[in-house]
Design a protein. Sequence first.
Length: 258
Amino acid sequence: MINFELIEANKEALREQFLNAKPFPHLGIKDFCYQEKIEQLFAKIPEIETKSADYIFAKNKFEKSKFREMGEEFEELYQDLVSERFQKLLSYITNEDVFVDQKFYGGGIHQGKTGSFLDMHADFNYHPLEPNWFRNLNLLLYLNKDWKKEYGGELKLEDKRTGEKTEVDVPFNQMTIMLCRGYTLHGYDPINFPEGTFRTSIAAYAYTLEEERKEAARTTEWHIEKEKGGTLKYLVSKIWVPAVKLKSKFSKSKTAKN
């Protein structure tokens, strides 16, 4: 499924692109999978019914972690993403010692439906179920057939430290890889996709195993501009982290169950 030969032939250029990208390391790999294979997979993606638990910071965003159960094409993609061959390529291109979470906690198929958006945020840094897994990279395989700029949904990136920003297109069969740190803000604005189509991606997260934690654990942090998001959302974003920490003491996340 993954076009390993293409990626391996261009790994030096991809490494340079990733490491030198602004506002922080990222890149998009076009034709990531063999076209015929990814077309067959796309044709079998159903409308996802499990809504994301991002509350007021996202709209009409649905996800399914256990995508490998949906058919042979999905299983093939899954096996390629968790393979040693891909892990070695990913580690070389990004200069990070990483492996892909085989359970796809929080990942899998993501669908943004009518008017969907995802506010700017920095992701959690340690795996909720594996305390020594440091979340190092986000991998987003975009599956937006015949995508056009006027549809919106570009991946917005911003360095929290400098305020520098950019946007990444989200066309069909492009794998976007981005660094995951406390300052790597990302999200997307409300979409305007044609009726009956969705902003679709398959998300995976790559981790680094640490013998001892190098930084304090951090939950997802939302970054809302008061002028754009409104006073209420802005205030909720400020109390979100302590509220989630309190909630986690009494209940377990259901993210990986769907």
